[in-house]
Design a protein around this ligand. Structure first.
Ligand code: C2E
Ligand code: MG
Ligand code: MG
Length: 562
């Protein structure tokens, strides 16, 4: 065959030129292996990706030992030996190479042996990275996530400074579309959105479909100068325009998370994680918007994950690091100690004492508030039992989280706690944060009814901070309403809020509830707020939250608080 003879007569330089030309039109890598000289010739592109020192490698068979994954080598070596000896004329195997960073890459290597006049045998072929071959997505026609990972690795490794932005786009209510309108409508939305994206971005910009309803846009065109925010807005407008044209046949909005810098020393996995964080931030802030990756917010997020891990460890170590503090509650107008609120504390070596405002939401999100809530209840009940020996009417307030109500059998915990510890039910007061759910949530109503039949009192906490509604004061028949410190502070500053508090207290009394005023710090504050006639006071003026021992020392020796 003439063309084979032509190749045989070429110099190494000429052969290299041939494979370099072929290389331009393919994602695979081309090579020539000259068995008699044991020389391996590769393209410049292959050189960037794999640990060849030069496009021409002498003593190739010993170099292969370094290039191939050790356990694959014998199989490949045997196959190549057959090609060299003439036993076979093709090489076609899947095996593993190591890239320049020593990472494993699955490849398929195919080659054909060409024999010249003098029996000179050459293997001429190509190497394809198997991961790169991931099929395009059938719905949108875009390349998939695996391909993004390969491409991103390459750009991040070879030219991170050329990246203008990487934008991860997600459809805000995609799950709902699939559920309500059907999977076909969902597929149409995906196609429609891709058309909008492709209509806006430059043809040289890469767009990939990630999982489900998310897309990644990578602009690494040198000097593109396009701002991510402009692109996002243009896509959004295009989506709105398409929806109008299609007469709002299926409505959806999109959010985006964007990285614009910090690409150095990152891999594709990092980009996936960081853009996911930014996209979640955009959704968390209300969806239908774009969020730039924010390093500080991300560090904060990581810190919360770390705190969660440390708290989980501590819970499993017999609640090490957790402690229940107690803050006195006094009656008016005699200022006698009548009870205390149990307040959870947590600290660790790494972060010191962490505020409940930080760790309580983490316990709630993770469900850990369930075991910790039980721990607080038992601790508080035991303490209450002990203190009732000194003050027979003493009661203890324990804060409850909605997570405990929804995700655990709270009523049976309460029953068990009261009987195991042996305290009268009326000495336990459960505090629940005032919120808009109370009215509609049947579980909460059931719980309140059960607590009432069992004689356990309920206090409505944080009154005045949110959805203050006198109607559900009536509905749940809370024994006590706790007016939040922030509201009290406002009332101390202006007459309007002072009058509102006065009226709220009157109304609460009319409905048969007691009022506990929180956050009184100074004597003049006490004097002013006493005119509004609260029934109980809890505040730094009478005592800060303190450990059980400290509380006993400070408050139980002298029962009169002043
Ligand atoms: P809360 O239930 O409204 O508790 C009252 C908070 O106000 C406590 O903050 C207390 O230290 C603070 N406080 C009381 N008097 C004053 C005052 O005069 N001045 C000022 N500046 N603050 C005062 P803390 O202990 O930081 O707790 C914050 C919140 O964390 C609590 O608010 C409660 O919602 C939650 N929490 C604490 N312990 C638990 C618990 O065991 N379970 C649950 N679910 N939540 C808890
Ligand atoms: Mg409370
Ligand atoms: Mg409160």
């Amino acid at each position: 065959m003439e063309y084979i003879a032509a190749l045989q007569n070429m110099s190494i330089d000429q052969l290299t030129a041939v494979i370099e030309v072929l290389q331009r039109s393919s994602d695979s890598y081309f090579y020539i292996y000259d068995f008699s000289k044991d020389t391996y010739i590769v393209t410049g592109k292959m050189l960037q990706r794999f640990p060849f020192e030069n496009t021409v490698t002498e003593n190739a068979s010993s170099f292969f030992k370094k290039l191939m994954y050790p356990s694959d080598f014998p199989k490949v070596d045997a196959d190549l030996a057959k090609c060299a000896s003439g036993e076979q004329d093709t090489h076609c195997l899947e095996y593993r190479w190591l890239d320049r960073k020593g990472k494993i890459v699955w490849i398929e290597c195919r080659g054909t042996v060409i024999t010249g006049n003098g029996g000179h045998r050459l293997l001429f072929g190509r190497v394809t990275e198997l991961g790169k071959e991931a099929k395009a997505d059938n719905i949108t026609g875009l390349r998939r996530e695996v391909r993004f990972q390969y491409d991103a690795e390459e750009i991040l490794r070879d030219r991170p400074q050329s990246i203008n932005y990487m934008m991860r786009i997600g459809i805000d209510n995609f799950k709902e579309i699939n559920e309500k309108e059907g999977v076909e409508a969902g597929d149409n939305v995906l196609r429609e959105l891709v058309d909008c994206i492709l209509a806006i971005v430059d043809t040289k910009v890469d767009v990939y479909r990630l999982m489900a309803d998310e897309f990644m846009i990578v602009d690494s065109i040198p000097g593109s100068g396009k701002a991510a925010g402009d692109i996002y807005n243009a896509i959004k407008n295009k989506v709105a325009e398409t929806q109008r044209e299609k007469e709002y046949n299926c409505f959806y909005t999109i959010s985006a998370g964007v990285m614009q810098n910090e690409f150095e020393d990152k891999g594709a996995g990092d980009i996936m994680r960081l853009t996911e964080f930014a996209l979640n931030e955009a959704k968390r802030k209300g969806k239908n918007q774009m969020a730039m990756f924010d390093r500080d917010a991300y560090d904060e997020f990581l810190k919360r994950l770390d705190i969660r891990k440390l708290m989980r460890r501590d819970i499993n170590d017999n609640f090490k690091g957790f402690q229940v503090f107690y803050q006195p509650i006094v009656s008016t107008p005699d200022y006698k100690l009548i009870g205390a609120e149990a307040l959870l504390r947590w600290g660790c070596e790494k972060y010191g004492n962490v505020s409940p405002a930080v760790f309580i939401p983490i316990l709630e999100e993770s469900g850990l508030i369930i075991p910790v809530g039980r721990y607080v209840m038992w601790q508080a009940a035991n303490t209450c039992k002990k203190w009732r020996e000194i003050l027979p009417d003493f009661h203890i307030n324990v804060n409850l989280s909605y997570v405990q109500i929804h995700k655990s059998d709270l009523m049976s915990d309460v029953d068990r706690c009261i009987s195991e510890v042996g305290i009268p039910p009326e000495s336990l007061v459960l505090e629940l944060t005032e919120s808009g759910y109370i009215e509609t949530d049947s579980r909460i109503k059931d719980l309140f009814r059960d607590l009432k039949t069992k004689n356990v009192d309920v206090a409505l906490d944080d009154f005045g901070t949110g959805y203050s509604n006198m109607r559900y004061l009536k509905e749940i028949e809370a024994k006590t309403v706790k007016i939040d410190r922030s509201f009290v502070v406002q009332a101390l500053k202006n007459d309007h809020d002072y009058n509102i508090i006065t009226h709220i207290i009157d109304m609460a009394h009319d409905l048969g509830s007691y009022v506990c005023m929180e956050g009184i710090e100074e004597e003049d504050e006490l004097n002013k707020m006493m005119k509004t006639k609260p029934d109980m006071i809890q505040g730094y003026y009478f005592g800060k939250p303190s450990s059980k021992d400290q509380f006993e020392e400070n408050f139980l020796q002298s029962k009169n608080m002043l």
